[in-house]
Ligand binder design. Sequence first.
Ligand SMILES: [Zn+2]
Ligand SMILES: [Zn+2]
Length: 321
Amino acid sequence: MPRTTPPRPLDVAAVFPELVGMSRTATRLHPRPGSPTVHESSVGGPLLWPAGEPWASCSQEHDAPFELNTPEEVRTLRRIRALDVWTDEDHAEVSRIHAGHDPALLPKGPHPLIPVAQLYARDVPDLPFPEGTDLLQVLWCPFIDIEDQPGTESVQLRWRRACDVAEVLAVVPEPAYVGTYELVPVPCVLHPEQVREYPAAHDLDRELAERIGRWTDGSLGHQDDLSVAAGWKAGGWAAPFTFRDSGGPEELRCRECSAVGEPLLTLDHTEWQGETSSWRPVEEPQGASAAPTDLTVGRGYTLQFYGCPTDPRHPPVTVMQ
Ligand SMILES: [Zn+2]
Ligand SMILES: [Zn+2]
């Protein structure tokens, strides 16, 4: 089933002509639980990884893992949570999983990263692929605060040409434990859809932002309904900063060449909710979960990767906002 964003309730550029010319496209990914293969774009799915290449790993020490669960326990937890009725055994199992394991069990040395997303160029027209590549893979360490940790291996991007992967890695390493299930996305297939966006307030000049801020049309809000799409997406405009000020362009500069980063990939806890419910796709069945990936960064913040406009191979800056 495709996913279609309802038309915006009105064209904000017709109300504020200054916005004409500031629209950009973004590709909403619309992740939904499924069984993606290595040949499909996915969130939390298997990666097209060359058999001869070492799997991405992190060698940082992790002193304070919060819950310490095995990946199998994370899968069990989700299987039980999806049940309508829990047995006594289910309750006991969930309590046991939430109690976690002794941090002393955590093996020393590098541990494998986990797949976050795999995106084929054919599915994501708004992702700027480096020359000669058509596949982006994102992995991270399931122990950290994902927010930018310069120079660490905790978030890794791999740009590939899919046809270069002659033999796919058969046995994929998994970490013995994860620090929290909230950093392990549910395997999802994608239903990409291109949408049009306008800048959020922090990307506008102050006077215009204030005028737009004072303006409402009934229940419509610029930030929630008329500017930036909710949920997982590639490209487009920066998500609104919800719990802190934008540090401005300085914060988003590429560490290799100082160019100001552009939104590359946006990860969100929910695809729509409350104020952003106008982004709920028209096909979405009654009762569908608004948090299909079950991924939570911080307290449900939006995580945005800002890519380098000069060279997409430069490591992105990651910001919780
Ligand atoms: Zn790590
Ligand atoms: Zn750069």
